[in-house]
Design a protein around this ligand. Structure first.
Ligand SMILES: [Zn+2]
Length: 259
């Protein structure tokens, strides 16, 4: 089975939950500019909820700044700024992702990555994300503690190409290590994951303890792995990542669209 030529890579992404919160944003922006460990951190940004009074112009200014410092992704919260995971499966979830993608493009942004709020996924959403030309970061290498066994989500431990029912392929670059998991992994003698994808949230940066842990973890990881960014990983994996049927990676009651 073909594999990425050198698998000793690591990438980092941030779920930018509160792009309009100055305390959160300023810390994220300075971290992204500083590149600890040599990492160009991908900003997976939640588009603004204009109906809830979020300032579109300020959001765009910040998204452009993030895009100049690293890969840019769309991080869809399906219900509201504070409620990431959809209330229920249904076609409206794929619809929301597409509307947000169209809005981002109309504003001149060119995100390359997608990450679903609350690690949600369904078959229709996967088709939409593939159709939009994104690489997806919604899969995780572990079950997030707050989700039940049958909650709809994707499970993958390394980059794969998901074969969708339409025949399309979705490049999946799973999130493998939370900040806590990464902090424990980097001090172990062996780092066993094929490709390490560390993710954190901008809200983590409000805690001095977490800021220090993130900084130390990325510095160590950057010495132990080749630091690349998610766009480079997508290029490396695009033609060689193993192909996996969507239903093999999907966890949940039904992978059928609309159910
Ligand atoms: Zn989020």
């Amino acid at each position: 089975m073909p594999h990425i030529p050198d698998k000793r890579y690591a990438v980092v992404s941030c779920h930018v939950e509160r792009p309009l919160d100055d305390a959160c944003w300023s810390r994220f922006a300075s971290l992204q500019a500083r590149r600890p460990g040599g990492f160009r951190i991908a900003a997976l940004m939640r588009p603004p909820e204009v109906a809830a009074g979020e300032d579109e112009e300020r959001w765009l200014e910040r998204a452009r700044r993030a895009a100049a410092q690293g890969p840019l992704g769309q991080h869809t919260h399906f219900v509201s700024p504070d409620h990431a995971r959809p209330a229920a499966p249904g076609p409206e979830n794929a619809g929301r992702a597409r509307r947000e993608a169209e809005w981002l493009r109309a504003k001149g942004l060119a995100p390359t990555l997608f990450c679903a709020g609350g690690w949600y996924m369904d078959a229709a959403l996967a088709e939409t994300v593939a159709d939009l030309g994104y690489a997806d970061c919604s899969a995780t290498a572990f079950r997030p503690g707050y989700l039940s066994d049958d909650a709809p989500r994707l499970a993958a431990a390394e980059p794969v190409r998901l074969a969708l029912a339409s025949g399309a392929r979705l490049l999946e670059l799973p999130s493998t290590h939370s900040l806590g998991r990464a902090a424990r992994a980097v001090v172990r003698p062996s780092l066993d994951a094929a490709v390490i994808h560390v993710y954190f949230h901008d809200t983590d940066l409000l805690s001095a303890r977490r800021r220090l842990a993130l900084d130390a973890t990325l510095r160590l990881l950057g010495r132990r792995r080749q630091p690349i960014d998610l766009d480079e990983l997508a290029r490396l994996a695009a033609d060689v990542a193993p192909e996996v049927p969507f239903d093999t990676a999907f966890r949940g009651r039904s992978a059928k669209p609309g159910q």
